[in-house]
Design a protein around this ligand. Structure first.
Ligand SMILES: [Zn+2]
Length: 154
């Protein structure tokens, strides 16, 4: 089940997706008309299945055809996974930022850090420094950087 929170900004429409993207998702109905550009916040997407992927691509390809500028921000792991598997999953939209999973080596705290893809590219796809919220803790990246950042390679 997917829920969408909408907010009008001066650039256009900001939508926040949360939950699962599966067969019953009706993007056109949920999102409605778009004035200006569309920013899609994907922080709370927990799952996307194969039918969900098809629905997603159909919707965003149609927006591309209509000339709507699309930005994806705070992409969670299920979205990253698809970006890495399907080369045009963003359908011409810009992936502005992604969430990086970290865990603390000292206290086992798990957390995510939002990172701009422009900064990742500028650094040559190095994992940025992150820190556990407690003092004197450390953090390590919880995934394989090469696999995780694959879609950002040129
Ligand atoms: Zn810690």
């Amino acid at each position: 089940m997917l829920s969408i929170h909408k907010q009008q900004t001066k650039e256009g429409l900001l939508i926040e997706l949360s939950g699962t993207i599966e067969e019953n998702v009706q993007f056109e109905q949920l999102v409605g008309p778009i004035q200006g550009e569309l920013t899609v916040k994907c922080r709370a997407v927990t799952r996307i299945n194969s039918v969900g992927v098809k629905t997603w691509m159909k919707y965003f390809q149609a927006l591309k055809a209509q000339g709507v500028r699309v930005k994806f921000i705070e992409c969670a792991y299920p979205i990253i996974e698809q970006l890495n598997m399907i080369s045009n999953f963003a359908c011409g939209g810009e992936v502005v930022s992604i969430l990086l999973p970290f865990s603390c080596v000292a206290c086992q705290n798990e957390f995510v850090a939002n990172c701009k893809t422009s900064e990742l590219k500028a650094s040559g796809l190095q994992v940025p420094k992150a820190k556990c919220e407690k003092e004197n803790c450390g953090a390590q990246f919880d995934d394989d950087p090469e696999e995780y950042f694959y879609f950002l390679e040129d």
